[in-house]
Write a protein that binds this ligand. Structure first.
Ligand code: PMP
Length: 410
């Protein structure tokens, strides 16, 4: 069970106002808010322990190095990787996916190979593969959605075949909230001697993900979508594949011995982490993981499911609303919709005046928008600090927004 009032009081920004209304923050798929404990951990690092890692032979440098490496272990436990050495720190999901594409697959993909994606992909899990396909002569294939808006598993069984070199897929759509069947897709990929890369940006923050149970080969996710600061993310890879992955960046920290014309590199994962790392980000991520673990990922998932059902029920009672993927059986806590006759950007502006922060636009998923035959949508995305009152405020504000555009009254 989540005591949401206590939880909410842990987040300073949730006590503030926007346009003189108490802030209702519903843009968690873009980034989440930060609890006091995360802010304090970062503050403490800068105020009392600020030093670069690995290099310093003095106390605070050693302490910070130890803290940094402890977070690597924490991340490993969080996703249940076989070893903490399978955890590489990156700037975020985007960088992790690019490194996987260029560092591992560039050497492995051949002309005629197929890279299987889906229509749900965020640009970050699309463009790196477009680039790879262009460089290697591989072909991109896309798994469609079924009538309800779930990933079409029947189609996936056809599309994933002996030509497939890899399946790169989002676990949760950042537009529709649809959850893809990773266990089945991973089995299908492996049966065809292909690998699976999972974009976990919208799933790792919201439920207990186990890389070994799902048999995931590579996983990418971002700290800022799970209470940590921006600029820190994670690339997980099975050790057998990391051994064949090339570093994309070279320089200080990742080296073992350097001569004028050649160099040797540190072992995995440090050989991938060139230059001074985002130490404060890693420390913030550690505090975020501790906070999430204390609440319990299963509690978070259950709470968000209940809140999303409540929101879907309330939203669907508004006349002239179109909710996308509403019938999908596998949904996370993201809902996209439009109000008939009102552009999403206009609606978002009027909602902002009423203290409601949500996203309007194409959500970095232009092919999906085209597939849905829309230009843009409004999107609410919850985290466990959102409440039914937030949903009620949203619904009231949406009704007022409709009235404003239909009758000019607010
Ligand atoms: N994939 C998905 C599904 C996302 O929602 C996002 C962030 N909107 C990304 C990838 C990219 O994450 P980041 O910008 O943190 O690299």
């Amino acid at each position: 069970m989540i005591d949401v009032d206590t939880v909410k009081s842990d987040f300073p920004i949730l006590q503030t106002t926007m346009n003189e209304e108490p802030l209702v923050y519903l843009d968690n798929a873009a980034t989440t808010q930060k609890p006091q404990v995360v802010l304090e951990a970062i503050n403490q690092y800068y105020m009392q322990e600020n030093a670069n890692i690995y290099r310093g032979i003095y106390q605070i440098a050693e302490k910070t190095t130890e803290k940094f490496e402890t977070v690597r272990k924490q991340v490993s436990t969080f996703v249940n990787s076989a070893s903490e050495r399978e955890i590489i720190f990156t700037k975020g999901t985007t960088q992790a996916l690019n490194w996987i594409a260029q560092g591992y697959f560039l050497d492995k993909i051949h002309p005629g190979d197929e890279i299987v994606l889906s229509y749900l992909e965020h640009h970050s899990n699309l463009i790196p593969w477009q680039q790879l396909a262009q460089k290697t002569g591989a072909t991109l294939k896309f798994i469609p959605l079924n009538e309800d808006g779930d990933l079409d598993l029947m189609a996936a069984k056809e599309i994933i075949n002996s030509q497939t070199a890899l399946v790169a897929i989002t676990h949760v759509s950042n537009v529709l909230g649809v959850v893809t069947p990773i266990a089945e897709l991973s089995r299908l990929a492996h049966e065809n001697n292909a690998l699976i890369v999972v974009d976990g940006a919208q799933s790792v923050p919201h439920h207990q993900l186990d890389v070994r149970k799902l048999d995931i080969d590579f996983l990418a996710f971002s700290g800022h979508k799970m209470l940590a600061p921006t600029g820190i993310g994670v690339l997980y890879g099975k050790m057998e594949y990391l051994k064949e992955m090339r570093p994309i960046e070279f320089g200080g920290e990742m080296i073992s011995k350097v001569g004028l014309t050649e160099a040797t590199f540190k072992p995995i994962p440090w050989c991938f982490e060139a230059g001074t790392q985002h130490i404060a980000g890693v420390i913030g991520l550690g505090a975020a993981l501790t906070y999430l673990t204390n609440i319990g990922m299963d509690n978070i998932e259950t709470y968000e499911q209940e809140l999303t059902s409540y929101a879907l029920e309330k939203l669907s009672s508004i006349s002239g609303i179109e909710i996308y993927g509403e019938k999908a059986k596998h949904k996370s806590s993201i809902i996209s919709f439009n109000l008939t006759g009102i552009h999403a950007h206009d609606a978002a502006t009027v909602l902002d005046l009423q203290g409601i922060a949500l996203r309007a636009g194409h959500h970095c998923a232009q092919p999906l928008m085209k597939y849905l035959q829309i230009q843009a949508s409004l999107r609410v995305s919850f985290y466990f600090y959102n409440t039914k009152q937030d949903v009620d405020r949203l619904v009231t504000a949406l009704l007022k927004t409709k009235e404003y555009f239909e009758n000019g009254i607010i």
